[in-house]
Design a protein. Structure first.
Length: 339
């Protein structure tokens, strides 16, 4: 068995401790995945890492992210598990080594052929219920193996990662709306207070955007609630498309009211985001009971520069007042508080 050169047990334990703290620092899934990829590369001594979760219902592996040359990338590629060497890893619940080939930019195991001088180290992510809920693949030079002491930090981290992914899944179920996939109102309230607190400590800007579907009750009554649900899902998709993935917080405030927290933005920036959402929805044609139906949305934006004595409720009320003005002004428009 070939040992890794210059192995430092104390350094590895310190790296594991730091990686574990990072892992549970934030349960937002995409951020967690990127941090996990970095830690897997460090602890697994690999520059090319793949991370998957297992969809048992469909018998598929769903890629969550890939890291290559210190560049993490979130991915949601699906691969059937049937017939794959990874199926053996899931059944055996233990790490295995195969030949290596690339599949869609991911390190992927193979039992025949593969890249000369390379191999694929595959390890399961085993949750608290002792079920495999994911997999990790690492690109290694052929013959590079870990002694027990060297492998322990990586194996421990894999266990922590399995638990963290399950915690992130439960957290997301608790804070997201089942229909739209946006965060719920309570999470919005918490995050808006947090952002105001950050504003008061470090300064800068903060904007919020409140949007409300126009005459949605009439749409629901005339077309049915299933149609209304489709409209809400389309509106939520437009909100997510306009939001900055790692920064903005998109929520369903209640009913047909959708809100965005826009850290570092100003009122005109919020208006621009609202216009993107408004145009996206106005340009979409829904299939109604008696022909095509178009649905519009109105928005109100408000912003503040920190430090500020303004409360989260007061900031929201400003945006809500701008929304009311947009409704009174004819709907299908975005207004800014103070203009």
């Amino acid at each position: 068995m070939k040992l890794l050169e210059h192995f430092d047990a104390e350094l590895e334990v310190s790296a594991l401790s730091y990686a574990a703290r990072l892992l549970f620092a934030d349960l937002e899934r995409d951020s967690m995945i990127e941090r996990a990829l970095d830690s897997l590369a460090d602890l697994g001594h690999s520059r090319h890492v793949g991370l998957f979760v297992l969809d048992r219902r469909r018998g598929e592996l769903v890629c969550q992210g890939v890291l290559r040359d210190a560049k993490p990338r979130v991915s949601h590629l699906r691969e059937p598990m049937e017939g794959s060497p990874l199926q053996e890893v899931v059944r055996g619940k233990r790490p295995m080594v195969f030949g290596l080939r690339e599949r869609h930019g991911l390190p992927w195991p193979t039992v025949a052929g593969g890249l000369p001088g390379r191999e694929c180290f595959c390890a399961p992510l085993v949750g608290a219920d002792m079920q495999v809920n994911g997999l990790v693949t690492l690109d290694h030079p052929q013959g590079m193996e870990f002694a027990a002491a060297e492998a322990q930090p990586l194996i421990t981290y894999l266990t922590l990662l399995a638990l963290a992914l399950e915690a992130a899944r439960l957290f997301r179920l608790a804070v997201t709306d089942g229909l739209t996939g946006l965060y719920v109102r309570r999470y919005f309230d918490i995050r808006l207070k947090e952002e105001l607190g950050r504003l008061n400590r470090f300064g800068g800007g903060l904007a919020i955007l409140v949007m409300d579907l126009d005459q949605f009750k009439e749409v629901n009554d005339g077309q049915g609630h299933a149609f209304g649900d489709e409209v809400l899902k389309m509106a939520a998709a437009a909100v997510r498309k306009a939001a900055r993935r790692k920064i903005d917080v998109a929520c369903r405030y209640g009913g047909d009211e959708l809100v965005l927290i826009l850290p570092g933005d100003d009122a005109q920036g919020a208006r621009a985001v609202g216009e993107k959402i408004r145009q996206e929805l106005a340009g979409h044609e829904f299939a109604g009971r008696q022909g095509p139906v178009r649905v519009t949305v109105s928005g109100g934006a408000a912003a503040v520069q920190g430090p500020t004595s303004l409360s989260s409720d007061e900031l929201f009320q400003r945006a809500d007042q701008a929304l009311y003005r947009a409704k009174q002004g004819g709907r299908n428009r975005v207004e800014v508080h103070g203009e």
